[in-house]
Design a protein around this ligand. Structure first.
Ligand code: UD1
Length: 430
């Protein structure tokens, strides 16, 4: 089992290149099979979630050709099976995007039903509501969602919950439906816009992505394209909070500052200096940082995927901060780990009260999920002494070369898997 070992105390200083957005890439890879022509996708993050989805796509007969670490060619003309097995869904929930993609292209999809996960129960009723509205028969049998129809017909759909996944999944199917679909109360996240732009580059006719209403005029077929994925706002934000928590000075490169507005606003509120450039943001954290209040909300609100990273930072800010998690019910597990490092936290339902402390003391902790794992690494970087983070397989799902990028900013962090490697690190850092 791989672990991170971290000697804390160094402010992070320097520049770091941000990769492509994992959550945009997952949907775009699924959408790439919707044409029989070859699609080239660039700025793909080289992370485990992406590699598992590529396997799932290959598994149903599509051609997947890695050009280099961040570029892939996909050709969906060879697809013979519409059945995505539980093994994939278990490893990566977002394989459910193949439901919308296959249903749109072939009028038939079978995908294992995703269960809950570490951050909450995560129903997919809104996805199914959308497919049904487009005329698909959707049944759940033997743990599988089976969606089928003669042909999909555009419809006016009102979502009861703002859902990134449902917005994207239904948008994909509607792109190849007959006539016009109007989707209301949709998610406005940058990756929703990126998927719409990608589909449009394949010949789809989608308008309004990034607003509350998306209008789709169905087309009969999609064609080849070459597309570059947007930068990952969550990876960028993670490094920005790492700069804040370690009292460092970090510039994130290759970002879209507009996508980071909620993060930047909170960093400024707690006392960091933030400088925005065309495609970079610099965060300088010096002197005392102070408390603030955070509520997670759909975009453009503060992202739930950045909640653990700000939580760790607030635990080192003067005064009492509060966090309200309004998207997922089970996203405070990292605070229990953080308490073991000396943080002063109280959790009540979906709210956490955090009383800032001067310093964390290093401990052995476990990553409860992807973003919480990254947040605990930030905690280790800001702690006195040597922290070990277990279960980093979660972190590797979504961060490419995380430890390398942190080391380039002056962090003392290594990936280890044996007691000997741990001892070697201890000797090296003294
Ligand atoms: C996506 C992101 C995830 C992020 C989340 C919220 C991907 C692969 N994952 O997840 O990293 O944390 O957006 O920004 O892009 N809901 C329902 N019914 C549904 C669908 C969702 O009730 O059919 C609820 C969920 O339980 C949750 C809320 O809606 O409370 C938002 O979920 P959603 O936006 O769908 O998240 P995901 O797309 O799963």
């Amino acid at each position: 089992m791989e672990q991170y070992i971290i000697k804390g105390g160094n402010p992070l200083v320097g520049e770091v290149e941000i990769g492509g957005a994992k959550n945009a890439a997952l949907a775009i890879l699924a959408a790439a099979i919707m044409t029989d022509e070859t699609v080239m996708i660039d700025n793909l993050p080289d992370v485990n979630d992406i590699n598992v989805l590529l396997e799932a796509i290959e598994g149903i007969g599509a051609m997947v050709q890695r050009i280099d670490r961040h570029t892939v060619k996909i050709n969906g003309s060879g697809i013979r099976s519409f059945d995505i097995e539980y093994d994939y869904i278990k490893k990566i929930r977002a394989s459910y995007y193949l439901l919308g993609a296959l249903l749109g292209k072939y009028n038939h999809a079978e995908v294992a039903l995703p269960g809950g996960c570490n951050i909450g129960s995560r129903p997919i009723d809104q996805h199914l509501k959308g497919f049904r509205a487009l005329g698909a028969d959707v049944d759940i049998e033997h743990g599988k969602i089976i969606a089928e129809t003669e042909h999909l017909v555009g419809k006016h759909i009102y979502f009861d919950v703002v859902s990134v996944g449902a917005t994207i999944n239904v948008m994909m199917a509607a792109a190849l439906a007959d006539g016009q679909t109007i989707m209301e109360n949709v998610a406005k996240e940058p990756h929703v816009v990126d998927v719409a732009n990608f589909l449009n580059s394949m010949g789809a006719n989608i308008r309004g992505a990034g607003t509350d209403v998306i209008k789709i005029r169905g087309v009969s077929r999609l064609h080849r394209t070459s597309y570059s994925i947007i930068p990952d706002q969550i990876e960028a934000g993670t490094f920005m909070f790492a700069a804040a928590a370690t009292r460092g000075d970090v510039t994130v490169l290759n970002v879209i500052p507009k996508h980071l507005e909620a993060t930047i606003a909170k960093l400024v509120e707690i006392g960091c200096e933030v400088e925005e450039f065309d495609d970079a943001v610099r965060v300088v954290s010096k002197g005392d940082l102070h408390n603030t209040h955070v509520k997670t909300l759909p975009y453009p609100g503060f992202p739930t995927d950045m909640q653990p990273q700000i939580g760790v930072t607030l635990a080192l800010c003067k005064g009492t901060s509060t966090i309200t998690e309004s998207i997922f019910e089970n996203r405070f597990k990292y605070l229990d780990e953080l308490a073991r490092m000396g943080a002063n936290v109280k959790i009540e339902g979906n709210s956490a009260t955090i009383e800032g402390v001067e310093k964390f003391s290093a401990a052995r902790v476990s990553a409860p999920d992807l973003r919480a794992g990254a947040a605990l690494v930030i905690a280790g970087l800001a702690a006195d002494g040597i922290t070990i983070v277990d279960d980093i397989v979660y972190i590797q799902r979504g961060y490419e070369r995380f430890e390398e990028k942190l080391r380039s900013l002056g962090a003392m962090i290594e990936k280890v898997s044996t007691e000997r490697e741990i001892q070697k690190f201890r000797l090296k850092v003294g």
